[in-house]
Design a protein around this ligand. Structure first.
Ligand code: AMP
Ligand code: GLY
Length: 424
């Protein structure tokens, strides 16, 4: 069969890498793809928000299955559009993707269906937000309602910071329309985990556990990013935590979405905060996490294609997923300035030396070709991913590969996976 993957980041490189290994697949296309993906698939120069062009491409090229990576086309309704034309596509419809596209929607859903989450309020007026902040105290968390590429969350340590965030968002200065409503919530402490599951709206197939590293600097310091590294399995997700997450978070959410008339099909990603065995939900995403997808797919033993196809057909029953025992770690290498204003166009040195290392795969994200050289072209540039017989072995391999690669201003965290070691 022919598969089209939509997106061009590290997550999509990992999806293409995994899908291309399936004996069911004869050809993979990726729109728009990136130079790393070009080794495995045919890149198609169509952007992820050009839905009509993507549809025309899929129809003209006899695509048997489309897999959507990022949130933007999902929230624009790509799944609805493709299904209207009789095409098979993996991902939630627009009215279900709202679970990520609106934080106010997802918090209200959690409250209605008893999914554990932080106490919160939704505000469009500064005065009401101020009153909530004064009542709750600091630290407090201010979130833009809409999509903000993982950057619309401010953890305010002081009342002044909280009010500044609210004022910036509600006035439209920060995040435009995405910030015209804000969610303000109680600050939670604990350790985060990324809990992903594939669902057809009824059956829920959990993926292996994973943990992201959101902050830009070591020790979880500095501003949040889209994610600076990830690993799997995450020991913070004990058997008990897994069971609670399945019962109280995934089951209630999937059933709640069905009860709302918005059946959820695709990957449901729950960002969890775990503390003393208690689980609270920070957020939902309507897609694979990036970079979590890279270590997760490297650990996935089963062919992913039958599972993606089953969800596109609306029936996952009877399918399961197997995982390699080995641990996997992904270290993100980012451009100077990220997550703020970035520098791009720098030649990346050492990709070949890293590629030949055992158990290592370098997923591309923000890269492009210039004068026949691979150069930086985005905030998160590469996801250097490695497997090993335990987390430490995977960390050592990943950092050995990282040490082969460089460009001016490169930045990466030195402590990816360290929390897992602390727990073993
Ligand atoms: P979200 O996009 O809602 O997951 O928020 C991004 C990041 O902000 C999370 O991964 C956490 O690190 C942090 N965060 C979000 N909500 C809270 C909260 N209520 N308490 C503490 N940290 C939070
Ligand atoms: N790595 C976090 C996310 O994909 O939202």
């Amino acid at each position: 069969m022919k598969v089209l993957v939509i997106g061009g980041g590290g997550r999509e490189h990992a999806l293409v890498w995994k899908i291309a290994q399936s004996p069911l697949v004869e050809k993979v296309y990726c729109a728009p793809g990136n130079p790393g993906i070009a080794d495995l698939a045919e890149n198609v120069p169509i952007k992820v928000d050009q839905l009509e062009k993507l549809l025309a491409f899929a129809l003209e090229n006899g695509i048997d299955l489309t897999v959507v990576g990022p949130e933007q086309p999902l929230s624009l309704g790509i799944v609805d559009l493709f299904k209207e034309h009789g095409l098979k596509i993996f991902g939630p419809r627009k009215d279900a993707a709202i679970i990520e596209a609106s934080k106010a929607f997802s918090k209200d859903l959690m409250q209605k269906y008893g999914v554990p989450t932080a106490a919160y309020g939704v505000f469009t007026e500064i005065a009401a937000a101020e009153e909530f902040i004064d009542r709750t105290g600091v630290p407090i968390v201010v979130k833009a309602d809409g999509l903000a590429a993982g950057k619309g969350v401010i953890i305010a340590q002081t009342r002044a910071e909280a009010m500044e965030a609210v004022t910036d968002m509600l006035s439209g200065n920060a995040f435009g329309a995405a910030g015209s409503r804000v969610v303000i919530e109680e600050f939670l402490t604990g350790e985060e985990a990324s809990f992903l599951a594939i669902t057809d709206g009824t059956v829920i197939l959990p993926l292996a556990s994973a943990q992201d590293h959101k902050a830009i600097y070591d020790g979880d310091q500095g501003p949040n990013t889209g994610g600076m590294g990830a690993y799997s399995p995450a020991p913070v997700v004990t058997a008990e935590v897994h069971e609670i997450a399945m019962r109280e978070v995934l089951r209630r959410t999937v059933d709640g979405m069905a009860a709302e008339g918005r059946p959820y099909q695709g990957v449901l990603y729950a960002g969890l905060m775990v503390r003393d065995g208690q689980v609270k939900t920070l957020e939902f995403n309507a897609r694979f996490g990036d970079p979590e997808c890279q270590p997760l797919l490297m650990r996935m033993k089963s062919d992913i294609v039958p599972v993606l196809l089953a969800v596109a057909n609306g029936d996952l029953s009877g399918l399961s997923l197997e995982w390699h025992q080995q641990a996997t770690v992904c270290v993100v290498m980012a451009a100077e300035g990220y997550p703020g204003e970035i520098r791009s166009g720098d030649a990346i040195e050492g990709l070949e030396a890293a590629a030949v290392l055992d158990g290592v795969y370098v997923f591309h994200a923000g890269t492009t070709m210039k004068d026949q050289r691979c150069v930086t072209n985005g905030g998160r540039v590469l996801g250097v991913t490695a497997s090993g017989e335990n987390v430490q072995a995977a960390i050592d391999r990943a950092y050995k590969a990282v040490s082969c690669i460089t460009w001016p201003g490169v930045q990466y965290r030195r402590d990816i996976g360290k929390k897992a070691i602390g727990r073993i």
